[in-house]
Write a protein that binds this ligand. Structure first.
Ligand code: DGY
Length: 317
């Protein structure tokens, strides 16, 4: 008998078709996120779960009485939606989908970097709202990025890919903060000893840490340490930045701008943030290409296949 599998959200058709061949699969054609009660119920009714960032699998859900799920194959590189420590204690295997989304997410970081530094959101609003009076030599001037300093916070796969693009394609000078030493980069970049050093130097700060930490790595103190001309980019997780402190910093112009693809309580984005002109907001689309979402689904399926065949997983957490 095929293992039973619940896929919590819609995936590209080719992924769903592959899963249907090997599993007794339940899909979610409506694509409406499951409630906590539905997730807890699923823990008791399926052998495997394929969730994603919108499914919060905390201790109470993972520890459901009469649990049947033995593997959670997350579609996403980030897994702060899953209490991995509890899963480990309970003997539930967890996997994720690294690598396949690195380039796409770094592309979005660059898009936000350019959008923020060139004031694209304010400019587009002006045009769409019929407020553009014509070409001007002095209105709406942004900041050139060539020769400016990009500070990468967290030099993992996506941090490196972002830094590489900024260095080689945009001519930015890269500094980074990472807890462990980083070697073997194929572009110029300087590792700094502290986040404070980075914040003092950077013209653009780009966050690439996993999230799920006890406190945001960029809080009010860190925002205050940034240059007033600097921009903050976040394509990682909403809880890596103190959102209220960021809104305050943008509203008072204590930093120049921001580009965000992730938020504290998705899909809720505060009106106070949406009203600001000096921030570009994207609805968590870092990995949203046909190719990448297909590759993510296929990698999650590879993890499931390996697990049920008793083989080593390609990407265990
Ligand atoms: C990831 O893979 O972590 C992206 O944020 C989408 O979930």
């Amino acid at each position: 008998m095929s293992p039973s599998l619940l896929v919590t959200r819609r995936l590209p058709t080719s992924v769903e078709a592959r899963l249907a061949e090997s599993y007794d699969v339940t899909l979610n054609p409506s694509d409406v996120p499951l409630s906590s009660a539905e997730l807890a119920d699923a823990m008791q009714r399926f052998d495997a779960l394929m969730p994603t960032v919108s499914d919060r699998l905390d201790a109470s859900i993972l520890g459901s009485q009469k649990r049947q799920v033995t593997i959670v194959a997350n579609v996403g590189v980030g897994f702060s939606n899953i209490d991995v420590a509890v899963a480990r204690e309970l003997g539930i295997t967890v996997s994720n989908t690294p690598d396949v989304l690195t380039d796409a997410t770094a592309d979005i970081a660059l898009l936000l970097l350019l959008s923020s530094t060139r004031g694209a959101t304010a400019a587009e609003r002006k045009l769409r709202e019929g407020r553009w009076d014509g070409f001007s030599l002095v209105d709406g001037l942004g900041m050139s990025v060539q020769g400016k300093v990009l500070g990468i916070v967290g030099m993992g796969r996506i941090g490196r890919a972002t830094a590489r693009r900024a260095s080689l394609a945009l001519g930015m000078s890269v500094v980074f903060f990472n807890r462990s030493p980083v070697t073997g980069l194929d572009f110029e970049a300087t590792q700094l000893e502290s986040l404070d050093q980075l914040l003092a130097l950077a013209d653009v700060v780009s966050v690439h840490v996993p999230g799920g930490g006890e406190a945001p790595i960029i809080g009010a103190k860190e925002l205050a340490a940034m240059k007033p001309t600097a921009h903050l980019i976040n394509t990682a997780r909403g809880d890596s930045v103190d959102q209220d402190a960021l809104i305050q910093a943008l509203a008072t112009k204590s930093i120049a701008g921001a580009g965000l693809d992730v938020f504290l309580d998705e899909p809720n984005v505060p009106d106070t943030l949406r009203a600001l002109d000096n921030v570009t907001l994207l609805p968590h689309v870092g990995s949203a290409t046909q190719e990448v979402r297909t590759a993510m689904g296929m990698l999650a399926a590879d993890n499931l296949d390996a697990f049920f065949a008793g083989n080593e997983l390609p990407s265990p957490v």
